[in-house]
Design a protein around this ligand. Structure first.
Ligand SMILES: Cc1cc2nc3c(=O)[nH]c(=O)nc-3n(C[C@H](O)[C@H](O)[C@H](O)COP(=O)(O)O)c2cc1C
Length: 211
């Protein structure tokens, strides 16, 4: 396979300064809505980058579950590797790759745990099996075999046969409050449009960046 022959021109559309909302979260909501409406697979999937105590970066995909003026919310296991990283260093980065639109959005911000009440509200909306899986998996820790995981799942099924599955105290959401966001739109001849929002004392500023 010759990788250097794999390329294409980005010609779908442009992004103009005068078309941008003053608030980056409003701009994000518009692009997310367009991704959802177009039927993009996993439109809410975002790469979350964290930095560990040793300074090494680490990334993984998580699903965006809430987005409003306060920021971006995802849910996970509070004992996972990403959670350990965040407890040490709350500075994170999110990345949405919407190839179909020749777009990407980059977010820089600070992650904090959301309230137990907010996590509970979301947990109760999850399918029963997903609730059990949250209990069954010690996320990011080593396990001997898949069999062990399935046994744990069965054990949780038995344990929570009656009534609602409670929210595990090791599971919940983080909200990423953005301090910078970049909107990238692919253009012809690699002359892409890039606009970066930065949060300052006067609110959000917007700058065009060279591609
Ligand atoms: C499409 C997709 C969606 C995912 N969504 C989540 C999610 O919302 N929360 C989560 O904890 N892990 C999610 N995962 C799994 C993570 O990518 C990752 O494997 C897991 O969270 C453990 O990461 P860590 O060991 O770095 O903490 C998802 C994976 C994929 C491919």
């Amino acid at each position: 396979m010759k990788l250097d022959d794999i390329r294409r021109e980005y010609v779908a559309q442009g992004l103009n300064r005068e078309d941008l909302f003053a608030e980056p979260l409003k701009q994000f909501e518009l692009w997310l809505q367009q991704a959802v409406d177009a039927g993009i697979k996993d439109p809410t999937a975002m790469t979350l980058a964290t930095v560990g105590a040793d300074g090494a970066p680490s990334q993984r995909i998580v699903l965006l579950k809430q987005c409003d003026a306060k920021g971006f919310v995802f849910f996970t296991n509070y004992g996972s590797r990403k959670a350990q990283d965040i407890e040490q260093n709350p500075q994170v980065s999110l990345h949405f790759p919407w190839h179909m639109f020749e777009r990407q959005v980059k977010v820089q911000g600070r992650a904090t745990r959301i309230s137990t009440a907010e996590s509970l509200r979301y947990f109760l909306s999850r399918p029963h099996e997903s609730q059990l899986a949250a209990w069954a998996s010690k996320q990011s820790h080593s396990i001997r075999s898949r069999q062990v995981l399935l046994q744990q799942f069965e054990a949780m099924k038995q344990k929570f046969q009656q009534g609602e599955v409670p929210l595990p105290d090791f599971w919940g959401g983080y909200r990423v409050e953005p301090t910078a966001m970049e909107f990238w739109q692919g253009r012809e001849n690699r002359l892409h449009d890039r606009f970066e929002y930065r949060l300052g004392e006067q609110g959000w500023s917007i700058e065009r960046l060279a591609p």
